[in-house]
Design a protein around this ligand. Sequence first.
Ligand code: ASP
Length: 350
Amino acid sequence: MSRKRILILYTGGTIGMIQTERGYAPQKEAFHQLLDAIPELKAESMPGWDIIDMDPLLDSSNMTVKEWNMIGRMISDHYDAYDGFVILHGTDTMAYTSSVLSFTLRNNRKPVILTGSQIPLCELRNDARDNLITALMVAADDRVHEVCLYFGGKLLRGNRAVKYSADDLIAFDSPNYPPLAEAGIEIRYNTAALLPPCEGTFSLQTLKNIPIGVIKVFPGIQFELFDGIMTEKLKGIVIETFGAGNIPGSADALLPMIRRACENGTVIIVCSQCHHGTVTLGAYETSAALKSAGAVSGYDITTEAAVAKLYYLFSRDLTREGIMQRMERSLRGEISVQSMRTADRSGGMP
Ligand code: ASP
């Protein structure tokens, strides 16, 4: 079997940072030198790889739609030339980027693995080396056909991952979906959890800079404060509710606002502040009202994936009904409800 070829995209983040007078900052040349000094990366048993740097390299807190499109384009431009892709990325917004790519890389059947580290590669004790080596191995594995996030021994579906620790080396979790693989002495794949390869031709959906918002409710929240921003300019809102989709004082301030927003054409997605479990609109009086006002359930979607999915669907110029329908269906395994692929196989990749 010929040796697999992987393209590494270095976007920035702690993994490649070095200590400067102003704190850790990404530094291209220094990172390349550090990579050259790792003999394992040239081992016969490793896939061959090339590396491209994003310009400029970023702390991932500065990622925007523009960089998501740049990353998507780099993958799309090299899609046929490589067997898999590793995206080196800062941890802070990695789960957003992995969610975005899971949607924008339409009909993707190759491994696209995001990874990074909590400690830079330049430090003696670091998690960068292992995360990078294992991510390269996963990117060369024929069983993986989707966008994933590899970190601290776990391979997670990209649109199910959340960063849950600012300082642990196991910094990511996938609370509503099992890991796709766990790297112990061996890399053990959970084949039943992996997406099958999709049919159809690969294409990139670039994103538009859609105005969307996220509101997290809390006891005593004064919804009137949001009145001014709930205009027709706002295309989508993710509401992080309590528990299974509950909001405080539903009858008073929020519902008329939601009703008005829906009339303005805004799509409202209800997520839960609980990491584990799902939104069930209508289970309680306090959530039934949301549904009747026109909001749609995000089920067990993460806020990261809900934001990414809104960007993706609005960028495709679908009707509001088309967007709402797709928000309540699984497009890439991001929620635990019936998949759009099994619901409607006729229209290609939704
Ligand atoms: N601020 C960094 C980033 O997200 C943190 C990291 O990479 O761990 O780019």
